[in-house]
Design a protein around this ligand. Structure first.
Ligand code: UDP
Ligand code: MG
Length: 336
């Protein structure tokens, strides 16, 4: 039924149709950026002439980001929000966003304006051409330290080498995904989620669009070194057993060397050599060396074991305290 009552901005399209495009953005202490972010997203989406929604996920911000979201939602109900009970992390915020998003095409974008919303129409055009996933690939990164760029570049190349999912280099989470891809992703409820790997893993036709990564609009990165290392480990352990297999390779290598040494010692002894091959120092060094290697591999097994433990506990991925403009039950968390 079409109401003749004056409607708030956006309400008409919302009441009549479901969104074609959902824009999902995780938010952690981005209060100063949010109004401009929403303004730029809406300015980029409106010319497309399709109904859309912007789903913001407040990942336990402590800077009043949620109040800003309430104001934005009150002014335009196409802006919706999911409010987490605490900080669950970037990857889980994205997960919640795509759980709640209802669009035929879902765009994941950072809310700090490092990913320019003006690229969305380009992603959308590629989706219209029939691609299931359209990555936004950064051709340049401004305003980031050389350390961040160097570690990111090393990490993306490493993960490509050691895993069999072809994660395109230099892509973040900024991408557009078709409903089919999103449904596949929401059916995966693993805890240590490396979303950019999972979205490639599901397959479908994929392509990329280049863009220049801008500096943050305000605030600073929420990825300190410790979080970056965790994130990299999640990426590697969710897609590769290589770290575990290294123990086998190394074991064979050491066994082979010691066999050769044993044969050499026997031959030398038979030939009548009195040389003492194993002084205290060399014994100590080799024992400590192998002890160290064993501890490293125990640690690696521990990384996998801890992750298995987290999966076995089957806790929910995130806890929602309240939602704006969305149905509380809307997230399709499948029963696993
Ligand atoms: N973010 C989040 N939860 C976190 C950390 C970050 O939702 O625990 C959001 C943050 O608000 C931003 C995006 O994830 O929109 C990317 O984070 P950030 O810009 O700090 O990472 P960087 O761009 O420096 O890699
Ligand atoms: Mg950022």
């Amino acid at each position: 039924m079409i109401s003749t009552q004056p409607l708030r901005r956006g309400a008409a399209s919302q009441a009549l149709t479901h969104p074609v495009i959902s824009v999902v953005a995780p938010v952690y202490n981005e209060a100063p950026t949010l109004p401009l972010f929403c303004e730029r997203v809406i300015a980029a989406l409106e010319p497309l002439g399709e109904p859309f929604e912007v789903v913001l996920i407040n990942d336990g911000s402590r800077d009043g980001s949620m109040d800003v979201m309430r104001e934005l939602h009150a002014a335009d109900d196409r802006i919706k929000a999911v409010n987490f009970s605490r900080n669950f992390g970037h990857q889980l915020a994205i997960t919640a966003g795509i759980d709640y998003a209802r669009g035929d095409a879902v765009v994941v974008i950072d809310s700090d304006l490092q990913d320019p919303p003006e690229v969305i129409p380009e992603l959308f055009a590629k989706w219209r051409e029939g691609y299931g996933i359209v990555f936004a690939q950064r051709s340049e990164r401004e305003g980031e330290t050389w350390f961040k760029k160097a570690t990111a570049s090393f990490f993306y190349r490493l993960i490509r080498k050691i895993t069999n999912v072809n994660i395109p280099v230099d892509t973040g989470d900024f991408r557009l995904m078709d409903r089919k891809v999103v449904d596949a992703l929401t059916s995966m409820r693993e805890h240590h989620r490396f979303m950019r790997g999972l979205s490639v893993w599901v397959g479908f036709k994929q392509t990329g669009v280049e863009y220049r990564r801008a500096p943050r609009h305000a605030g600073e990165t929420k990825y300190p070194i410790s979080k970056m290392v965790r994130f990299a480990l999640d990426g590697i352990t969710s897609f590769s057993y290589l770290p575990l297999q290294l123990a086998t390779y190394f074991g064979f290598f050491v066994a082979m060397i010691s066999m050769l040494a044993l044969v050499a010692v026997i031959i030398l002894r038979l030939a009548g050599s009195q040389a003492n091959f194993y002084g205290q120092a060399s014994t100590l060094v080799s024992v400590l060396f192998l002890g160290g290697i064993q501890l490293i591999f125990l640690g690696i097994i521990g990384e996998y074991l801890g992750r298995i433990y987290d999966e076995v506990k089957r806790r929910p991925l995130y806890i929602v305290s309240d939602v704006l403009g969305l149905n509380e039950q809307q997230a399709q968390e499948p029963d696993v």
